[in-house]
Design a protein around this ligand. Structure first.
Ligand code: KG4
Ligand code: ZN
Length: 352
């Protein structure tokens, strides 16, 4: 059963065709990174216009890549929220147009749930061996969704059953990466650049804070960490000390070490508190090499799933993948589907 997924919640326009919630036939993405780089972050009005401009051609490109026709598609899944209002509107209205024109059922998908569900996706063979039916024998897991907009620990009990265990109280970890990269004079988005530099730096060079580590809480806070970096950079400039490449590499490594330590410590806590033995690392920050490398060594005995990078950053395969289950279990929403920038994860099936 082929599902067409559509995603435009932030700065990636994306279409995908996924078979039966798992096998990805095409995952087509138009990134706006170059457009927003000169502003150092996403400009919502520019983002929604850019989505609009490439939507139709990207849709055709996706079908061609999947080697299918629109007649082969069984249903359309679209991100309803959360996200930027003007951006979400582009995909939801495009999806409604396609649904009306081709008589296809339309289902609404929650963006963060789709990240949490993304380890179920695979290009060819099974990534994680989700049980044949997502009910009954499905084994729950903890998902860390770490992206530019969110840092959440979520208990995944089924495709439509999520419980938020912990969230960031201020900046998301990806947002902190982007801001720290800006402070260090790197480009946008900062995550991949900082990750690369961190490989050649000393992670103990600067004693940065590990926020909210005391007690047994599962919430995150990253803005204090970012401010600590800002203070060190300002101090160096004031005292005419170099902010050259070795400094930037050491600061990148120290910042990355703090982020990785906090993310994995809280994930370990969530696993302990829920008694679960499986962990998924998802969202754009799950591309991070430091995080990927440390996860296995710091969580012995835990089965860890990390989707391929193309399914970590924003994509429509995850929307089509979860959309399959929404369609199976809840059916279509139809023309009353509207964009919902503040859509609640717990409000599954996210239809109204
Ligand atoms: O999931 P995503 O594509 O979009 C959101 O839903 O936010 O995540 C984008 C975020 C950006 O903040 C980017 O800097 C971060 O993921 N990111 C990384 C890496 N690759 C992307 N952060 C750290 N290390 C990386 N390798
Ligand atoms: Zn995302």
């Amino acid at each position: 059963m082929l599902i067409l997924g559509i995603e435009s919640s932030c700065d990636e326009t994306a279409f995908a065709v996924v078979d039966s919630g798992r096998r990805v036939l095409a995952n087509t993405i138009a990134s706006q990174i170059d457009i927003h780089a000169r502003y150092g972050g996403v400009v919502p009005e520019i983002a929604s216009r850019a989505h609009l401009e490439c939507c139709a051609s990207l849709f055709l490109q996706c079908l061609a890549e999947a080697e299918v026709r629109i007649e082969d598609i069984a249903a359309i899944a679209v991100t309803r929220g959360p996200g930027l209002a003007g951006c979400l509107l582009v995909a939801t209205e495009f999806a409604k147009g396609l649904s009306l024109r081709h008589g296809l059922p339309l289902v609404a998908v929650h963006h963060i749930a789709a990240h949490a569900w993304s380890p179920q996706l695979a290009r060819e063979s099974d990534a994680w061996g989700l049980d044949a039916s997502a009910s009954g024998s499905f084994e729950p897991y903890v998902a860390l969704v770490a992206s530019g907009g969110h840092s959440s620990l979520i208990e995944v009990r089924g495709p439509l059953d999520y419980d938020i265990l912990g969230e960031t109280m201020d900046d998301a970890v990806g947002e902190a990466y982007d801001k720290v990269a800006k402070l260090l004079g790197l480009g946008y988005p900062g995550g991949p650049l900082l990750d690369k530099l961190a490989q050649s730096g000393n992670p103990s060079a600067f004693g940065l804070p590990r926020p909210l580590m005391k007690g047994d809480g599962l919430d995150f806070s990253f803005s204090g960490l970012k401010s600590a970096v800002a203070r060190i950079v300002e101090d160096r400039i004031r005292h005419n000390q170099p902010t050259d490449e070795p400094f930037v590499a050491d600061m990148s490594a120290s910042f990355q070490a703090a982020c990785v330590e906090v993310l994995l410590a809280k994930a370990a806590r969530a696993l302990k508190q829920t008694g679960l033995r499986r962990l998924a690392l998802t969202g754009g920050v799950a591309c991070n090499r430091g995080l990927r490398a440390a996860a296995a060594s710091r969580l012995p005995g835990i089965r860890i799933a990390i989707p391929a990078p193309e399914f970590c950053t924003d994509n429509a395969a995850m929307i089509a993948g979860l959309g399959y289950w929404v369609h199976q279990q809840e059916g279509a929403v139809g023309m009353r589907l509207n964009a919902a920038p503040g859509l609640d994860l717990a409000a599954a099936p996210w239809n109204s």
